[in-house]
Design a protein around this ligand. Structure first.
Ligand code: TPP
Ligand code: MG
Length: 548
């Protein structure tokens, strides 16, 4: 009896090629338009993590990419499966997350298909770039090109798979990962000379490192530069954790800066920004740039230079390479470092800042909650934060071990992304405790993924800062005399919701209640959802400032 081997289809080759190129995990929601390719990827050895909504799946891939440094892969059905992923895709595009979005697509000839939609145009509108599986013969090459673009350009790539092309026979092809290394760009000699001159006359330099510094692995060279400059070290929120443990690190620059950090940054006469966009959030609308202070901005991306505020010198260069070049060039500054400064920084974190506890009526002060959580949870943690008024509390009070320990999806300022990006992070780093911090509004937007969390039995902690309100809107409009009942809600019982989805849960109203976490912490056999009832009345200073 003879066995005829059918050639694989283009869809199968898509999945096999992704696996051959090293994809180990994929997230998604399956429909007929992505089933075959995703099944082939899974059969070839990659884990497939099924979300319950494409809006969650794309955020999972984003969170996974942020903490693992690998390309996040998300697979969706054409049409509505694709449009459901738009908000998360926009966040990933604005954050420059390397991500591959695999999507079915109605055939070009199916003019009256329900699913017909210009997916590429939509993807481009939100900041992604697009690729397509063009034919059976080109399928493997199409996949390799799309994956490489995501990696090299550090952005989401939509890989559309038209249904008619998916069915085409595809010759077996070997796909080798491209072998040549990418070298980071070094700064020009002229730029180094200009920066060295500014450093030579500076007396109080500060280094602000952003996500670009994280991606270039710049901690060690930036610390070496800080040492020869005697500089204070800070990060943007996106770079949070880069200098964790350094005695000269003051934490986040911007709205979340502690009073000590804000004072030291604002007192600097030279700001050296490495891979940070210097947005209004990082500089508190410029208030953290001292009178007469000079700003030097270093970035691999020419477009980033001076985009948010005027800079004295803009340098095209990789953060680590530029820091090393400056140290090698022998730059020196008097600097600000002495024992008194070290002591001031050591006592200058948010956790050391005294405050009057605003807990009342069985609802706790979110600062007290955050401080208690920080003390209770192991330091080997990943903190994923949703958007809203509450988001400053985890950012300010929960320590992180390094930048991979902080997933901050704020590039699009969307609420509802934190739970799923936390799930992606938990899958990428099972060795760490992932803590997803959500507002009640954002948690309700992400509700389908509560089922995913429970089904996947992820040993993850979800903390809902539950003020029974869209607190950010309450605190935005109430001070201006507006009625705010439209953004206040009846209290939601998140413990009941979580239990219904199959997760363990706990309601806490005061710091003592958190002791009930300890048995779970010892075992971490699946997720725990904490419904933390917090006072709706206390407004964080950074938010007050932002809405003035
Ligand atoms: C998708 C989306 N819809 C609406 C908004 C506007 N918005 C910003 S913060 C916020 C309230 C968030 O409420 P919650 O998650 O409970 O956090 P809180 O502000 O109460 O701490 C809203 C509705 C948004 N940013 N994103
Ligand atoms: Mg709320």
């Amino acid at each position: 009896m003879s066995v005829t081997m059918e050639p694989p289809t283009a869809a199968e080759v898509v999945g096999r090629t992704l696996a051959a190129l090293g994809v180990r995990d994929a997230f998604g929601v399956l429909g007929s338009g992505n089933f075959i390719a995703t099944q082939a990827l899974h059969a070839a050895g990659a884990a497939f993590h099924h979300a319950r909504h494409e809006g969650g799946a794309i955020c999972m891939a984003d969170g996974y990419a942020r903490v693992s440094g690998r390309v996040g892969v998300c697979s969706v059905h054409q049409g509505p499966g694709f449009t459901n992923a738009m908000t998360g895709l926009t966040e990933a595009a604005k954050s420059r997350t390397p991500l591959l979005l695999l999507a079915g697509e109605a055939p070009a000839s199916a003019l009256r298909s329900n699913f017909r939609l210009d997916q590429s145009a939509l993807a481009v509108t939100v900041g992604a770039v697009t690729e397509r599986v063009h034919s059976g013969a080109s399928a493997a090459a199409d996949v390799a090109r799309a994956l490489r673009r995501a990696e090299v350009e550090r952005r989401p790539v939509l890989l559309s798979m038209p249904l008619d092309v998916q069915a085409q026979p595809a010759p077996a092809q070997a796909s080798e990962p491209p072998s040549h290394a990418l070298h980071a760009p070094a700064p020009s000699a002229a730029a180094v000379a200009e920066v060295a001159e500014l450093i030579a006359v500076s007396r109080r330099p500060v280094i602000i490192a952003g996500r670009g510094a994280v991606l270039s692995g710049a901690r060690e060279p930036l610390e070496a530069l800080g040492d020869v400059l005697g500089a204070v070290l800070a990060t943007s929120a996106m770079g949070h954790g880069l200098f964790a443990g350094s005695p000269w690190a003051v934490g986040i620059s911007g709205g979340f800066a502690s009073p000590v950090a804000a004072r030291l940054i604002a007192a600097s006469d030279l700001v050296l920004s490495f891979g940070a966009s210097l947005t209004r959030w990082t500089t508190r609308d410029g208030a953290l740039i001292g009178e007469g202070a000079k700003v030097v901005q270093i970035d691999v991306d020419r477009e980033a230079l001076g985009a948010h505020l005027p800079v004295e010198v803009g340098v095209v260069g990789d953060a680590a390479a530029t820091a090393r070049t400056l140290v090698d060039a022998g730059v020196r500054s008097v600097g600000v470092r002495d024992d008194a400064l070290a002591a001031e920084i050591a006592d200058g974190s948010w956790r050391d800042d005294a405050f009057t506890d605003a807990s009342a009526d069985d609802r706790m002060d979110p600062r007290t909650l955050s401080i208690a959580l920080d003390a209770l949870l192991p330091l080997e943690r990943t903190v994923a934060v949703d958007s809203g008024h509450f988001m400053g509390f985890p950012a300010m009070y929960l320590r992180v071990p390094d930048p991979a320990g902080f997933v901050f999806t704020q590039a699009f300022q969307s609420i509802g992304l934190g739970l799923a990006s936390g799930i992606g992070a938990a899958i990428a780093r099972p060795d760490r405790l992932t803590v997803a911090c959500l507002g009640d509004g954002g948690a309700l937007m992400a509700l389908p993924e509560l089922e995913t969390l429970a089904r996947l039995r992820l040993p993850m902690l979800v903390v809902v800062y539950n003020d029974a309100a869209y607190g950010a809107e309450v605190h935005h409009f109430r001070p201006h005399g507006h009625p705010v009942e439209l953004v206040q809600f009846p209290d939601t019982d998140f413990a009941a919701l979580a239990q219904a989805a199959g997760a363990r849960a706990l309601t806490v109203r005061r710091a003592e209640d958190l002791a009930a976490l300890e048995p779970w912490l010892a075992e971490r056999d699946g997720p725990l959802v904490v419904d933390a009832k917090i006072t709706p009345d206390f407004c964080a200073e950074w938010l007050e400032e932002a809405f003035k």
